[in-house]
Ligand binder design. Structure first.
Ligand SMILES: [Zn+2]
Length: 189
């Protein structure tokens, strides 16, 4: 890799779910707050375009003001995940924990038999990609798969389709959601 992230340990930097994914081992200053610092640093080190600059929409999503590339960040304990794509993108990192009430609630609003921390991470990634982070989902807000495979098609309540990919990294569940621009279309690979 020909670029540096200021001495932070890069866990992986790979294409993932139609996005560029960068995972850092970070107790780091880049992991503070909303992840904007990490995203800005990434943008400076490896710009998405000429004149790249990071803007923030009123709904909390990050986007390059020049090329309109979407950015997302998530931080949990020692893991900081950064992602970017030309499609709307959301990333979430969750360490496994016992939250039975939260899982029952997620199952109820998502129509799942059984919700797990992986569903939780996927739901957060979907909400972030769609600009609804911080909005409490209502029943029917999305259709999630009961089980996650290598690729997983998801559908938001408004008909927008997308793809969710989940993995584990450093003991955490990591989910990335990429939404398609066209309602009802399958995401191009
Ligand atoms: Zn750009």
């Amino acid at each position: 890799m020909s670029w540096k992230f200021d001495g932070e340990q890069i866990v992986c930097a790979v294409p993932f779910c139609g996005s560029d994914l960068l995972v850092l081992q970070a107790d780091s200053r880049y992991a503070l707050g909303s992840g904007g610092r990490g995203l800005r640093h990434w943008m400076r080190q490896l710009p998405c375009c000429e004149d790249a600059y990071l803007g923030r929409l009123p709904d909390g999503r990050w986007q390059c003001g020049t090329c309109k590339c979407w950015y997302s960040a998530s931080h949990s304990n020692s893991v900081l995940a950064l992602t970017r794509s030309h499609d709307r993108i959301g990333v979430d990192v969750q360490f496994p924990c016992h939250r039975p009430a939260a899982m029952r609630w997620l199952a109820a609003v998502s129509g799942l038999q059984n919700a797990t921390i992986t569903h939780w991470a996927a739901a957060e990634a979907m909400l972030k990609a769609s600009g609804r982070a911080g909005v409490r989902p209502q029943p029917g807000w999305a259709v999630l798969p009961e089980m996650f495979g290598a690729e997983n098609e998801v559908q938001m309540g408004d008909g927008t389709t997308g793809e969710v990919v989940v993995t584990t990294v450093q003991g955490a569940i990591l989910a990335v959601c990429r939404l398609c621009e066209t309602v009802g279309a399958s995401c191009p690979k």
